[in-house]
Design a protein around this ligand. Structure first.
Ligand SMILES: Nc1ncnc2c1ncn2[C@@H]1O[C@H](COP(=O)(O)OP(=O)(O)OP(=O)(O)O)[C@@H](O)[C@H]1O
Length: 348
């Protein structure tokens, strides 16, 4: 196996990345069964800069998909509820919008792409029509204008012979081309923010690299901002400017990718990095963090990571750590962070 390179590229992040285009304050997703409420996503706050790519990472079940679907109001299960102090974009708090107004935000301001394009593309509608339909609704374009723009978007996402491919159906595309087609549908309404939920996980390595390059190009050319959900820190290192690490529904660390991957502060982030193949020099077998993430039905008190943390103390078992600033632009919620010279932990 080729060890992934966790060294982030040296290119500086774009200057525009400092202005938040999205500001999320205490986003919470709760499940309820009539008597009990459980926070699956628990008070998640973060900013996404204009033209910035934020990598959202964490083990399976940590709440990455829930958080992003909640942002898009795409959680349909009746036992789930979403709340937030505020979700600001485009100069207003979209968490307070009614459904009809929010429907205009979804797609036009924030788009989302998924791991499995087949379940999000219409199997009986030509790809070009699907894109043109979205262009017509979003921009009020005529049929002819929308058709021409659909071809242009297919060209932009790297579909060869876009005039002919616009007439094809999703099943006539290869996996990588289907993923590009789904990206094209999402781009049709020209969103400022694109949320990508593990869009390359099902693709082979070469096609994966092509789709990642495409997403980076879209950021560079359109100035779009991206939230990229992944398990792969190698991808985060190559693609993202910022990283946010979720554990059991809570944000445990966030900061510039280069800084966090080189000097993680939270013990969980350090564990994830050590688990990447090649993350620990000379390691032959893939390491895993001992133990399992907690079930939402039995969240431990204090720091949710404490049962798996070899540095945990009584304080970690009883008190929930707050996010505190470390290096510039970095926050972490850990009482005994990596590199704490005193060894005494973060003061209360
Ligand atoms: N309808 C539901 N009701 C209650 N809990 C749910 C529901 N759907 C999902 N969950 C739980 O929410 C938690 C978070 O799931 P989510 O899919 O967001 O995790 P994830 O970090 O995206 O994982 P993965 O990387 O595997 O996609 C999981 O424990 C999951 O079992």
């Amino acid at each position: 196996m080729i060890a992934p390179d966790l060294t982030p590229p040296l290119a500086p992040k774009p200057a525009s990345a400092r202005t938040p285009i999205l500001s999320v304050e205490r986003l919470t997703v709760e499940s309820h069964d009539g008597t009990t409420r459980r926070a699956i996503v628990d008070g998640l706050s973060f900013d996404l800069g204009e033209g910035e790519i934020l990598g959202l990472v964490g083990e399976s079940g940590s709440g990455k998909t829930m958080a992003c679907r909640a942002l898009m109001r795409l959680l349909t299960s009746p036992n789930l509820s979403i709340s937030a102090d505020a979700i600001r974009t485009g100069g207003r708090d979209i968490s307070k919008l009614g459904e009809a107004d929010f429907a205009k935000v979804r797609g036009r301001e924030m788009g989302m792409i998924f791991q499995n394009p087949s379940s999000h593309l219409d199997p009986v509608m030509r790809i070009g029509e699907q894109i043109a339909e979205t262009v017509r609704i979003a921009k009020g374009a005529s049929r002819r204008e929308a058709k021409a723009e659909a071809v242009e978007i297919l060209r932009q996402v790297g579909i060869p012979d876009p005039v002919a491919r616009a007439e094809a159906y999703a099943h006539e595309f290869s996996g990588g081309m289907r993923q590009r087609a789904m990206i094209a549908v999402a781009l049709a309404s020209d969103p400022k923010i694109l949320i990508a939920d593990e869009p390359t996980t099902a693709l082979d390595v070469t096609v994966q690299a092509q789709v990642l390059r495409l997403l980076k190009d879209l950021r560079d050319k359109r100035g779009m901002s991206l939230i990229f959900i992944t398990h792969d820190l190698g991808v985060v290192a190559q693609l993202c400017d910022q990283i946010a690490v979720l554990y059991a529904g809570r944000l445990c660390e966030k900061g510039p990718v280069r800084q966090v991957l080189r000097h993680p502060r939270h013990r969980y982030t350090a564990g994830l990095i050590a688990c990447q193949p090649g993350g620990d020099a000379g390691l032959r077998r893939l390491r895993t963090i001992d133990g399992q993430p907690p079930s939402p039905f039995a969240m431990p008190p204090g720091c949710r990571f404490h049962p798996r943390c070899s540095h945990a103390t009584e304080r970690c078992r009883s008190e929930q750590p707050r996010l505190v600033p470390f290096d510039p632009g970095e926050v972490a919620a850990c009482f005994h962070p990596v590199g704490d010279p005193s060894g005494l932990g973060v003061p209360a």
